[in-house]
Design a protein around this ligand. Structure first.
Ligand SMILES: Cc1cc2nc3c(=O)[nH]c(=O)nc-3n(C[C@H](O)[C@H](O)[C@H](O)COP(=O)(O)OP(=O)(O)OC[C@H]3O[C@@H](n4cnc5c(N)ncnc54)[C@H](O)[C@@H]3O)c2cc1C
Length: 328
C-alpha cells in the first residue's frame, strides 16, 4: 500500500494553507478512496475536512436563496421537505444517484467534484488516457465507446461527467463560494466544469488550493414544476446513459419560463439554452416537448456505438418536460 499523510486542519483557512503545499481534500471519501484503491489518485497527503462546522451549515428555509454547506450529505438534502416540495429536480437527482449507504456518506461538494467513470480512465495503466496521464493518448478512440460523451468531447478526451446533482443545480443558476490562498470568490456552477479540449486533466476552474465552502441556489418559482429524469441500464445503482433536469413555469398553456440541462451525455453538466428558447413564449404540448428535446442535443456527435444515446437524450428531455408540465 502507498503511504500518505493524514491531516485534520484546525479550520478552513488552515485547510487552505495545508492544501497549498499539495494534497487532496477528504469529504465522504466515496470517490477519493475508490480512486486511491485503483491507484488513479496517489495523494501524498489527505486533508480531512469532515469536522469543519463552517462547511456543514445548511439552510433550505431562506426567501432568497437555499444554502448548502459543501459537507451537506446527499441523503439529508434529498429528504429535505422544502427541497422535495419546491425543487423536486434537486431531490430527485440525489435520490437517483448511487445507493442509500453512499448518499449517507457523500457530500454535495464531493459529488460535484467526482471524477469520470470512463473505463479507460479508471482502468489504469494498461489503457492510454490523456486525463490520467497527459499526452498518453485516448484508448476510447479505438475502444468501446457506448458510454462516451456525445457532447463537448475533443480528440483528446470523450469521458462523460457522471454526476447527477450538477445538472439539477445548473437549471436554477446555482453558485458556489470557494476559498483559497488568493481569497474568497464566487463561481457560477455552470462555469465550474471545463470541456476537455487539449487539457482533459484540468477538469474544473478551481485552483489546486481552493475549497468549495458552500453551494447557493437562488429561490425561484420555477422550482416547483421541475424534475430530474434519469435513464440507465438498470433502474438503481447505476450512472445515467442520459438524463434531463427541467423546470417549467406556465401561464395557462403558454410557457413563461423553461430550464433544461442534460446529464450523462456530455463532458460536463450541459445547460441546453436552445431548448429553453424554443419553449419560452410558445404553447406547450407534446410536439413542443419533442422539439425541445431535439434542440437540447443539437450538435451532438455519435461515436461508433454511442449514437443511440443522442435520440435517448432527446426523448429523456421530452419526457421530463411532460412530467414537469403535470406539476405546473
Ligand atoms: C458505486 C457508486 C455508485 C455511484 N453512483 C452515482 C450516481 O448514480 N450518481 C452520482 O451522481 N454519483 C454517483 N456516485 C458518486 C458519488 O455520488 C460520489 O462518490 C460522492 O458524491 C462524492 O462525495 P464525497 O463526499 O464522498 O467526496 P470525496 O470522495 O471525499 O471527494 C471527491 C473529490 O472532491 C474533492 N472535494 C471534496 N469536497 C471538496 C470541497 N469542499 N472542496 C474542494 N474539493 C472537494 C476531493 O478532494 C475529491 O477529489 C457513485 C459512487 C459509487 C462509489
Amino acid at each position: 500500500m502507498r503511504q500518505f499523510e493524514y491531516i485534520r486542519p484546525a479550520d478552513v483557512n488552515d485547510a487552505v494553507r495545508i492544501l497549498s503545499g499539495g494534497g487532496k481534500l477528504l469529504a465522504g471519501g466515496t470517490t477519493l478512496y475508490d480512486l486511491m484503491k485503483l491507484r488513479i489518485e496517489r495523494p501524498a497527503r489527505i486533508v480531512d475536512i469532515n469536522h469543519l462546522s463552517d462547511l456543514k451549515h445548511y439552510d433550505s428555509s431562506g426567501d432568497h436563496e437555499l444554502v448548502f454547506g459543501a459537507l451537506a450529505r446527499m441523503s439529508d438534502v434529498a429528504a429535505d421537505r422544502r427541497i422535495i416540495r419546491d425543487y423536486p429536480a434537486i431531490s430527485e437527482s440525489l435520490w437517483r444517484a448511487a445507493s442509500q449507504q453512499l448518499r449517507n456518506m457523500a457530500s454535495l461538494g464531493g459529488n460535484l467534484l467526482q471524477r469520470t467513470r470512463c473505463h479507460y480512465f479508471r482502468g489504469g495503466d494498461p489503457y492510454a488516457c490523456n486525463k490520467r496521464d497527459p499526452g498518453s493518448g485516448c484508448a476510447a478512440i479505438e475502444g468501446l465507446d457506448r458510454g462516451q460523451a456525445v457532447l463537448g468531447a475533443s480528440r483528446a478526451c470523450s469521458a462523460v461527467y457522471p454526476g447527477d446533482l450538477a445538472a439539477a443545480l445548473i437549471i436554477f443558476d446555482a453558485e458556489i463560494d470557494v476559498i483559497g490562498s488568493g481569497g474568497e470568490r464566487m463561481i457560477p456552477l455552470e462555469e465550474l466544469h471545463r470541456e476537455p479540449g487539449d487539457t482533459p486533466h484540468i477538469e474544473t476552474t478551481l485552483k489546486p488550493d481552493e475549497i468549495i465552502v458552500r453551494i447557493r441556489v437562488p429561490t425561484t418559482p420555477l422550482g416547483r414544476a421541475s424534475t430530474y429524469l434519469k435513464v440507465r441500464d438498470r433502474e438503481s445503482y447505476a450512472f445515467a446513459l442520459a438524463s434531463a433536469a427541467v423546470a417549467l413555469q406556465m401561464d395557462g398553456d403558454i410557457v413563461l419560463g423553461a430550464r433544461v440541462a442534460l446529464g450523462g451525455l456530455a463532458t460536463r453538466p450541459w445547460r441546453a439554452r436552445a431548448a429553453e428558447r424554443l419553449l419560452i413564449g410558445r404553447r406547450f404540448d407534446e410536439a413542443a416537448a419533442r422539439a425541445a428535446g431535439e434542440a437540447a442535443v443539437e450538435g451532438a456527435k455519435p461515436g461508433r456505438s454511442s449514437g443511440f444515446r443522442i435520440e435517448l437524450g432527446a426523448r429523456t428531455v421530452a419526457d421530463a418536460l411532460m412530467i414537469a408540465r403535470q406539476r405546473t
